[in-house]
Design a binder for this molecule. Structure first.
Ligand code: ATP
Ligand code: MG
Length: 190
């Protein structure tokens, strides 16, 4: 049975935390591919707080080019409106009716997901892979949620945005092509 990973996120910008997590999940769960799905409009962020979808899509596309198992999908961006994971998972299960779908998230995001209203349907449609740092365990989670330790990566998009704003280096936190794109388009400077 085919096994497909979905890596959702705002990717504002995409960084090595996302890429390492997706690759670790691919190998540990023997996924045929991982599809990066940049959110159109994330539920708890307003449009003024996030970069234009075309920038986030372009950066994500650049970041994955060197990995033949990584793909990108614009389905959340094309859908319009707020990007709910349940809609994305329904759409993906429609596209891959015979595949096992693994939704890859950071442990923080899994805790949020468990508060969503469609959680039972969500857990019936796909598996979740919750990435945690070594030594960090979540307690009391449900069936269909797997844990995966990724090398400690204290990288986040918000930290990268803050560093750009403060004129600090972001080199080695994300792929060089993404750094170049940020500089070229003057992102996160305000
Ligand atoms: P922000 O700081 O703006 O919240 P972020 O770095 O968390 O951004 P998102 O696009 O919100 O990036 O995250 C997409 C997914 O990647 C989420 O499931 C998140 O938990 C996970 N993730 C983000 N950073 C890391 C990291 N360093 N290691 C593992 N997973 C991560
Ligand atoms: Mg986040």
């Amino acid at each position: 049975m085919e096994r497909v990973g979905i890596m959702g996120g705002t990717f504002d910008p995409v960084h090595y935390g996302h890429l390492v997590t997706a690759e670790e999940a691919r190998c540990e769960f023997r996924l045929e591919k991982v599809i990066f799905v940049p959110a159109g409009q994330p539920p708890h962020k307003t449009t003024s707080q996030i970069s234009d979808p075309k920038h986030r899509y372009a950066m994500t596309r650049m970041a994955i080019t060197t990995n033949p198992y990584f793909q990108i999908s614009s389905l959340e961006m094309e859908r319009g409106g707020i990007s709910y994971a349940i809609d994305t998972i329904r759409q993906v299960t429609g596209l891959y009716p015979s595949a096992k779908i693994y939704f890859i998230t950071g442990a923080d995001a899994v805790l949020e997901i468990l508060n969503w209203k469609n959680v039972e349907e969500l857990l019936s449609l796909c598996y979740f892979i919750a990435a945690t740092r070594p030594g960090y365990r979540l307690e009391g989670l449900k069936e269909n949620i797997f844990y995966m330790e990724v090398p400690a990566l204290a990288i986040s998009s918000s930290e990268i945005r803050r560093r750009v704003r403060e004129g600090k280096p972001i080199k080695y936190l994300l792929p060089e092509a993404v750094e170049d794109y940020i500089n070229k388009h003057g992102l996160y400077r305000h």
